[in-house]
Unconditional design. Structure first.
Length: 272
């Protein structure tokens, strides 16, 4: 399977701007903008001494946090620039972890079978180009997990991905839920004058869940987190965007997420 060169180039272009805008801290995993943390949900289970892979680790902030808690962590990402940021950050925090670059579909090439106790991914799997590639990713994750290994991921909620806010009427407008065509789109950072091009398609909730089950996972939990009002957040997702601070055009704005689910969180366990 060929690597997604479009995603690799896109993330290398925007990595620095992404990290600057969202200012992600070395802190507990947060599963969605304004959402619950791993310390509140405990979806991953025991972590100390466990071999854990962060799929789509980005700047590796959450991987570094887990490493500092005693986990044996591998940060996996398609972008050299993101991983380089993670290496520098890990050095600052005196954290030891492995850094591996690659595409989700090449996990079985990068790692021996049954290597990890836990795999998790936070808002990265939606960069799989279509439902077929997403299912292939599930199969690859299944292969590198030990028996009864835990797989937890969060990604764009299919319902949110196919609509838009009509701010003139303060309504969320649904487009075509069954449109599976791949489209090119841009992740824009006007504040720094850069953008990255990506290709992707939407998929239905049933395609996502059935794809997980058909690759050998037992479904344990599905969550659609509502935003939580806190005194302090560990990043700026939903606060800052290409539209500026606290702008209702941002689909992950707090007020928008009170009405429309922005994130789907799924937990599966490898059966065999």
């Amino acid at each position: 399977m060929k690597e997604d060169r479009i995603a690799r180039r896109g993330w290398n272009l925007i990595a620095s701007s992404f990290q600057k805008r969202y200012n992600i801290e070395v802190s507990p995993i947060v599963y969605s903008p304004f959402g619950p943390t791993e310390e509140e949900l405990n979806l991953l289970g025991s972590k100390k001494g466990k071999k854990i892979i962060d799929l789509g680790a980005g700047g590796c902030q959450k991987a570094i946090y887990l490493a500092k808690q005693g986990a044996l962590v591998t940060a996996f990402d398609i972008s050299e620039e993101q991983l380089e940021y993670g290496r520098r950050l890990a050095k600052e925090h005196n954290a030891r972890l492995d850094f591996v670059r690659g595409d989700f579909q090449s996990l079985g090439v990068r790692f021996p079978p049954e290597t990890f106790d836990v795999a998790y991914s936070i808002f990265a799997l939606q960069y799989s180009r279509n439902a077929s590639i997403l299912k292939k990713t599930f199969k690859e994750v299944h292969g590198i997990l030990k028996r009864r290994g835990v797989f937890v991921f969060s990604l764009d909620h299919p319902f949110r991905s196919i609509g838009f806010w009509d701010l003139s009427r303060n309504r969320y407008v649904i487009d075509d839920y069954f449109d599976r065509r791949e489209n090119e789109w841009e992740y824009e950072f006007p504040e720094s004058g850069v953008s990255g091009k990506f290709k992707g398609a939407c998929w239905t909730l049933s395609e996502l869940i059935n794809g997980l089950i058909e690759t050998g996972f037992v479904l344990k939990k599905i969550l659609e987190p509502e935003p939580i009002l806190r005194k302090r957040y560990f990043d700026q997702f939903g606060v800052d965007s290409r539209y500026g601070k606290n702008n209702r055009k941002d689909p992950f704005n707090f007020e928008n997420l009170k009405r429309i689910p922005g994130t789907l969180v799924v937990k599966g366990v490898k059966q065999k």
